[in-house]
Write a protein that binds this ligand. Structure first.
Ligand code: ZN
Length: 511
């Protein structure tokens, strides 16, 4: 649905020459409307000039693209490269035109979602990393020498920093002289950085304001570095923290923690307990056997999202999880990589029972769930009436077990998204789990298609065509990985090469 006002705005921006000529006589409160219409139609020349002349104190991209009374469409999932580049260029033009006298005080460029398929006419996306780099370069180009102080525009962005854009981001965040664009961020993602670079860039990014911090993949941290990072920067406003794999490993020079004594873990837990807004914690692929209580019990806020995938949890950890205060607040839970139903059936059952009132997203990939576990699983899931997304790839379930499970899933009223494994029947006899990528990819596609069709039929006959089901064999789409895969690959190859060189040097020394 769109209003007559919006239709007029579309008509105007469809003739860029006319639009640009008449912009001076357009009422200021129509700029947001013209902006959304230009973004929808990808009229980049109009977008750029709208930003250049923006007459209001604030420009908030997410709010401008969201549904409004004039146009119900939501354009926030269009990370259109052409439009976003035009926004940033227009912002630079605004600075050059205004020379410190401009009305604009805040440009909030957050709020765009990165999705797999771009719906915009050009179909080309500018992801979070690319947006970070473009914005940082633009900030740097506008930086002026010392002395000419002027009013600056605060620019809010979700930053994604790697080795590849580290230097430009550092310059943008910590300009030497006055800067007309003052870059700030509430959400920060780091990959392929060494720990000292991470510390430097976070210092400049303003840890005091940061809400969301994701440190992932190729940032090699250990418990000592994590403790140092949290103790030095504090992050008083942080609500969401993701740490990379092995983040709780003992530092190389340290003696391994003894039974019951783990000063680093205690120190990290204390730092976390000082973050009074923390509600999301992701520490997947860190060995935390027997440590969950120590880590989570000091927290002062109940967690809404918890990712403990592949953390080698034991009975004590599961028992704590099932009984702790966090359990009754959890909305998003990932316990992949643990044989939950086989090893901890009663605590797993209790945990889901206590989380049932809040749990929206549950991930149980590679949890060794077999046909024999199905009754327990169905029973555990049955009270989860708020569940919207369920992912359980990589479990050795047969087609008939999946069929039974799907019948039970039809009873979950809010369920909309299911990722199910390739049925065991589609793999050669004697296939073992967990599978590596090669083994995972070698299945009978024709047989899979037939079974998947049958499973969809189960949902359809129950009137549940609102549930989307799929089997993303190599994992779900990750826009950030997609965008930086080349750099990640190079980083890994470099690390491998260095390791080989060290090895051969060590061999030579032995000779
Ligand atoms: Zn586009």
């Amino acid at each position: 649905m769109k209003s007559l006002r919006f239709a007029s705005a579309e008509a105007l921006v469809s003739h860029p020459q006319v639009a640009l000529q008449s912009l001076d006589s357009v009422a200021h409160n129509l700029y947001p409307l013209l902006f959304k219409a230009s973004y929808l139609l990808e009229r980049v020349e109009v977008i750029r000039v709208l930003l250049e002349c923006w007459p209001l104190e604030e420009f908030r991209l997410g709010a401008l693209l969201g549904p409004s009374a004039d146009h119900a469409g939501d354009l926030r999932d269009r990370a259109c490269r052409a439009c976003l580049e035009a926004c940033v260029r227009g912002l630079a033009d605004h600075v050059l035109r205004g020379r410190g006298q401009q009305r604009l005080q805040l440009a909030d460029l957050t709020g765009v979602r990165d999705v797999q398929v771009q719906q915009c006419p050009c179909g080309r996306a500018l992801g979070r990393w690319g947006r970070t780099e473009l914005l940082a370069r633009t900030c740097n180009e506008l930086q002026v020498g010392p002395g000419t102080a002027q009013r600056s525009i605060k620019v809010l962005a979700d930053l994604f920093v790697t080795e590849g854009n580290f230097q430009v981001v550092m310059q943008a965040l910590g300009p030497v002289g006055p800067a007309p664009l003052r870059l700030r961020c509430l959400s920060f993602r780091a990959d392929s950085l060494d720990p000292s670079q991470l510390l430097q860039v976070l210092c400049l990014a303003g840890p005091g304001e940061l809400r969301r911090l994701q440190v992932v993949h190729n940032v090699r941290l250990h418990a000592g570095l994590v403790q140092q990072l949290l103790a030095q920067l504090r992050f008083p406003q942080l609500s969401s923290l993701t740490l990379p794999a092995k983040a709780f490993d003992t530092p190389p020079a340290c003696a391994p923690a003894t039974e019951g004594e783990d000063p680093l873990l205690t120190a990290i837990a204390w730092e976390l307990s000082q973050m009074t807004q923390l509600t999301e914690l992701s520490v997947a692929f860190s060995t935390l056997t027997g440590k969950i209580q120590k880590l989570l019990s000091p927290l002062r806020t109940p967690l809404r999202a918890l990712d403990l995938a592949n953390c080698c949890l034991n009975h004590a950890d599961m028992a704590f999880l099932a009984d702790c205060t966090h359990a009754t607040h959890l909305e998003v839970l990932d316990l992949s990589g643990h044989s939950l139903v086989h090893l901890f059936p009663s605590t797993f059952f209790r945990l889901l029972g206590r989380a049932a009132q809040t749990l929206r997203v549950l991930t149980l990939e590679e949890c060794s769930i077999e046909d024999g576990h199905l009754s327990t699983l169905i029973l555990a899931l049955s009270p989860c009436h708020q569940l919207q997304e369920l992912r359980f790839l990589g479990n050795p379930l047969s087609a008939s077990a999946l069929r039974r499970l799907f019948l039970a899933l039809c009873e979950l009223p809010k369920l909309r998204w299911v990722e199910f494994p390739v049925p065991k029947d589609c793999y050669p006899e004697g296939a073992t789990y967990p599978q590596d990528e090669l083994a995972m990819s070698k299945f009978d596609q024709q047989k899979y298609d037939m079974i998947a069709e049958d499973l969809r039929g189960v949902l359809l006959r129950a009137g549940r065509d609102d549930i989307q089901v799929s089997t993303p064999v190599f994992g779900s789409f990750d826009p950030d990985i997609q965008e930086t895969s080349n750099e990640l690959g190079t980083f890994l190859l470099q690390a491998f090469k260095t390791a080989l060189e060290n090895f051969s040097r060590a061999l030579k020394q032995m000779e």
